[in-house]
Design a protein around this ligand. Structure first.
Ligand code: UD1
Ligand code: CA
Length: 451
């Protein structure tokens, strides 16, 4: 089968009005990446050439295609006239005559590569059309697969189905394979004689049979075939995606104390003996090395977490964060575009943005790197073994030398040389018996105003 050439066509056009969103449907995120990225990722594993059909002016969708699958070709469906019409928007690619054509919907992100292989195997076995089907708990909105004597005889759209056809539990998942040889003839014959006056791809089944060709249904789990037309379906698909990712993390040896409370991204990577406490959220591009502990209520995206690092509780790691071996990022600490080297600590209430923190440096509670002056971002460099006293403001651009010491409450606007002590605060004054005199003065004033 691997010798066969295959063209995958992803249907991704359309406004997705039932999502009630300004965002194109296929760009909604699921487990931290777009529906389209999931679909393209699934196909990539099957090793096929890819065409994506998008709507006119959908530049954001085209950009996402380019980002996740640079080799894919985009075709524009000028008018939204149904799934078969959308497939034919990729006519130029179809004419290049692949042995097999795989059609997947951009709003069906949970299909497993193994199911795509089964579908292609059915075409290899002599079918002209093969369709992934599933038994839906709630079949509203799905086309029904009408099977007689083991043969797929028709797909009836929900809107066009009779009452008895509607009772069929076996539904169309919206993933289809066609034999390359007969596909153009079948696709060209599809008309729009139905309630919605759309060109339904699903009519391919009856047309193939009319041409004395075979059609088959390949049944898979419902979870794989969840199509997303509404926010409710998006949330249901998210639950399935998270379930899969948590299971994979547990299988790989990650300790998830309460797996159902941890939200993972499709690309989260864990080393060995990592512990993730309850209620942690991972965004895109996070890698965690062996033995790290992520404490509760932390939010992490675009970060590399080194061996044995401790993060949180209540930490926020933003893109560009790199934490060296054994570093500590404690509660209410935010880190962005910052390298924190091995053994360095920022344990409480701190913002580190556009900074570098040297080996074993200690960042006191309430330290803020003032990286933004209202117009541009600037860098803060903190040398190894430096000590930053609590509640210091480091006004960037600024460098704190190796082993330097910044007194608590300092506002540092100039570089601090290696080994120096910097104090950038007003001097404290003491007035002997001043507290007593102040109280007397206050009570005198109070008497005057009340009298
Ligand atoms: C479709 C199937 C239905 C199946 C269901 C599975 C048809 C006619 N119906 O219905 O049998 O049970 O998926 O989820 O195929 N699209 C275009 N251009 C168009 C129309 C659609 O690109 O003109 C794309 C959409 O972006 C979407 C996909 O095709 O990703 C499916 O379209 P959608 O309108 O969601 O079809 P359903 O009504 O869900
Ligand atoms: Ca759909």
């Amino acid at each position: 089968m691997t010798a066969r050439t295959c063209l995958a066509i992803v249907l991704a056009a359309g406004e997705g009005t039932r999502m009630r969103s300004a965002r194109p449907k296929v760009l909604h995120p699921l487990a931290g990446r777009s529906l389209l990225a999931h679909v393209l990722g699934g196909i990539a594993q099957a090793g096929v050439s890819t065409a994506v059909v998008i709507g006119p002016g959908e530049d954001a969708v085209a950009a996402e295609v380019k980002r996740v699958c640079p080799d894919a070709e985009c075709f524009v469906q000028q008018e939204r006239r149904g799934t078969a019409h959308a497939v034919l928007a990729a006519r130029d690619a179809i004419e290049r005559q692949a042995d097999q054509i795989l059609i997947v919907y951009g709003d069906t992100p949970l299909v497993q590569p193994a199911s795509l292989s089964r579908l292609r195997a059915a075409i290899d076995g002599g079918a002209a059309v093969a369709v992934l089907g599933f038994r839906a708990t709630d079949s509203t909105g799905y086309g029904r697969l009408i099977v007689e004597d083991g043969e797929l005889v028709a797909i009836r759209e929900d809107a066009d189905a009779s009452a008895s056809e509607r009772k069929t539990a076996l539904c169309n998942g919206g993933t289809m394979a066609l034999a390359g040889k007969t596909a153009p003839a079948i696709l060209e014959r599809i008309g729009d004689e139905n309630r919605k006056h759309e060109f339904y791809l699903t009519d391919a089944v009856e047309i193939a049979r009319g041409m004395a060709l075979r059609a088959v249904a390949v049944e898979v789990e419902e979870d794989e075939m969840r199509g997303i037309n509404t926010k409710k379906q998006l949330a249901e698909a998210e639950a399935v995606a998270q379930q899969r990712l948590r299971q994979a993390a547990l299988d790989a040896g990650v300790t998830l104390i309460a797996p159902e409370t941890v939200y993972l991204c499709a690309d989260t990577k864990f080393g060995r003996d990592v512990v993730v406490e309850p209620f942690v959220v991972f965004g895109e591009k996070v890698t965690i090395e062996d033995g790290a502990v992520i404490h509760s209520f932390s939010h992490i995206a675009g970060a590399h977490i080194g061996k044995g690092v401790s993060v949180g509780p209540f930490a926020r790691l933003r893109p560009g964060t790199r934490l060296g071996e054994g570093a500590h990022i404690g509660n209410f600490v935010e880190v962005k575009e910052t390298v924190v080297e091995a053994g360095a600590k920022a344990n409480h209430l701190t913002y580190l943005g556009d900074a570098s923190v040297g080996v074993n440096a200690n960042i006191g509670a309430g330290t803020i790197t003032c990286n933004y002056d209202g117009a541009a971002k600037h860098r803060t460099e903190i040398g190894r073994d430096a000590f930053i006293g609590s509640n210091s403001a480091l006004v960037a651009p600024v460098k704190i030398g190796e082993g330097a010491y910044v007194g608590s409450g300092s506002v540092i606007t100039h570089d601090v040389p290696e080994g120096a002590l910097a104090l950038g605060r007003s001097r404290q004054i003491i007035k002997k018996d001043g507290a007593k005199r102040l109280r007397e003065l206050k009570s005198l004033r109070a008497k005057k105003t009340s009298g």
